[in-house]
Design a protein around this ligand. Sequence first.
Ligand code: ADP
Length: 464
Amino acid sequence: MSKLKELLAEKRESLQLIYGILLIVLIPVLITYNTIFIISTYNDSIDTDLQLKMRLIGRTMYADLQEDLSDQAKIQTKVESIASRNNELENVSVLVPQDDGYKIAASSDKDEIGKKVTFYFYHIAWDKKDNDCLITDSLQMATTEEGQELALNPEVKGRFWMLAMPMQDANGTKQALLSIRMSSAVVDDLTRESRNKSLGILFATVIITIFFLSITVRLWDYVVLYKKIKEVDQMKDEFISIASHELRTPLTSIKGYTSLILEGDYGQITEKMEEGLDRIMTSTSRLESLVEDLLNVSRLEQGRLSIEKKNIEIEPIIEEIVQQLSVTAENKKLGLTYEKSAQKLPLVSADPDRVKQVLVNLIGNAIKYTETGSVTVTNEIQSGKLRIKITDTGIGISPEAQKGLFQKFYRVKNEKTESIQGTGLGLWITKQIVEMMGGDIFLESIEGKGTQVTVVLPLAITGK
Ligand code: ADP
């Protein structure tokens, strides 16, 4: 199986080419065959229709002429009148047997009267029973009987139909032969016209199909390219995942030893050394949070970020995070308060660790992007859901910049954010996590005034 796959992969380009050529040849051939088939079926049914029409004309004429069979003058008048009324009829004649042939007794073409013809077709027709006739078209006549006389008049051009029918008198004795020649010109012209139209449409269809197929075959290249891009994308995800894992261990070690040195475990340190070590600590923390963000991105993209929802009390969690971040706020001389709601909050359905991650991120951002003033966390129940609001009096975000928020690696770029470190991953990760917990997140902000981020979480279904 894998060998077959390898072989297919190896021959993919040539297979693709064969596939393309097959399509380009097969589809137009099938369309052409279909059109020609339809045209020929149409021709056949028109011919059958014509034969029926001729048979009907023959029988009607026979009935009309039979009573006057003995009166040649009357027959001539009737034959002329029938022919003049029906312009599809090229010739109408009544013939009587004479020796080994037939003499033309009456004809719509007066010059023919009196002439004798030995036409094989008439011999066969003469043997027909009463009221039965022989019909054939000019093409069939041309291919039957070896070299016999084919038409009454060699000047007759185009395709025509020939009917011959023996006529009996009142006593049931065969007296004459009725001969009708009907031109197929009108029908043939119509058929030719519609065939030409069909062929025109066929030609256009084939051209369009070939054009479309050649584009489709090219689309194959895009499919292959798309697959390659996906592979590269997956490789990138794996690379981020491996790289971040590998970075985490040495970072923990750097941090651990730096703090031991700072604490004096490796001997006394000077003030200058302490300053340097503090810087190492700050940079390492930054690197650590970058690695953590990248790990989260890779987990989210590969669907490996686990969410374990429980029915939890939210207040202690908010209190814990506010407490945890209060040092950072104090360092910036900012107030950080949690304004609890008066009544006790119902349980929330969420993953406590992920809620903490979300709060650290959002309250962390509020502190990070606030120069003076305060950060306040509040909560309320609205429409059966819990809303946690993080409000700051910080730099705010312009309406234009707000459009890009919650996208991966998006950071607002202006004078105020220039000196603030960040990866642009926090809001994207936060949004993914909140949504995975069945919640929602949105942000309102006025530039220069402050920002409010609202996290909506579903309440627990307690069954009460
Ligand atoms: P970063 O690592 O840059 O903080 P985030 O994804 O957390 O990345 O935030 C994206 C951008 O949104 C930030 O670069 C910042 O410009 C803006 N931002 C986020 N939170 C706030 C806030 N509370 N006040 C002002 N701007 C904010």
